[in-house]
Design a protein around this ligand. Sequence first.
Ligand code: NAD
Length: 313
Amino acid sequence: MTKVNRVVLVGTGFVGSSYAFSLANQAITEELVLIDVNEEKAKGEAMDINHGQIFYPSPTKIWQGDYSDCKDADIVCITAGISQDQEETRLSGIEKNAAIAKTIVESVMDAGFDGIFLISSNPVDIITYAVWKYSGLPTHRVIGSGTLLDTARYQHELSEYFNVDPRSISGYVIGEHGDSQVGVTSSIRIGGQPISSILKSHDEYKREDLEKIATDVRDVADVIIDYKHSTYYGIGAALARLTQAILRNENVVLPISAYLEGHYGFEDVYVGVPAIINRNGINEIVEIDLEKDEREKFNESVKVIRHYQDQLF
Ligand code: NAD
């Protein structure tokens, strides 16, 4: 039988269903299995997304399944959890979401899964660490969405500020997917030109504005939550991008939550950093240069993650 790509999604709430729709709408995988503790929700999402099949670039086989479907899966993506509007901050849902992740990972591994885990349940850096611990899989096959969404928001805001297509702008948000994240101003490049040169040659652009953009990006999830209770399309698209990078063996650099083993001077912690992503998962962590204040903020951010991680393990 021809081997086809299979993604299993666990948690078909707002985030999960947005991810599922992005996968189908871009024909990223041949098979997509939807699992939720609320079986009717998963069934309804499968039916609804299936009804768009003739409009997608090519068909995706989608069904509401169970954990036995994980045996042949290439990727299991966990988006199950308590959403942030039910909790005060991303960190306050930690124990409930870790408990949910534990039951899911045990069921997935009992089925004989031997692929790659993607995680977006919050607090994502800590839940990713928990999934790695519970699964026993190698660290390069457990990946958190980390600061991928924050970086996409950063590039979007920078594109509005500079009036340049976001795909021509690079610039990372690293650290915790949360309040201590770091928008790395020094990493901004437009068409390959470093931000330091751009600021020198263009009086209309100011470093303070860039710092404000990083702060706005950090806080924007709360603004959206005030407006519409939760955020899901952006993270759904980000997870689909990560899935494509893996299934198509892209070797693309994306900022995700990766396990540090001496990188950036830290050990035994999952943190948002740029990494080369391919069919094996995280192929290599990229260590970007940081200015002194960026390095200090990053160190603080890792300490925040560590503080909560230590409460769980
Ligand atoms: P939601 O309440 O809409 O969906 C959660 C789903 O998980 C529900 O359908 C629920 O039935 C299911 N679920 C709960 N326990 C389960 C279990 N044991 N097994 C299977 N399914 C289970 O919430 P949401 O808005 O989709 O958010 C989900 C998670 O994603 C939250 O932790 C939220 O904070 C996080 N999130 C992360 C990002 C990011 O950038 N990483 C962005 C937005 C939301």
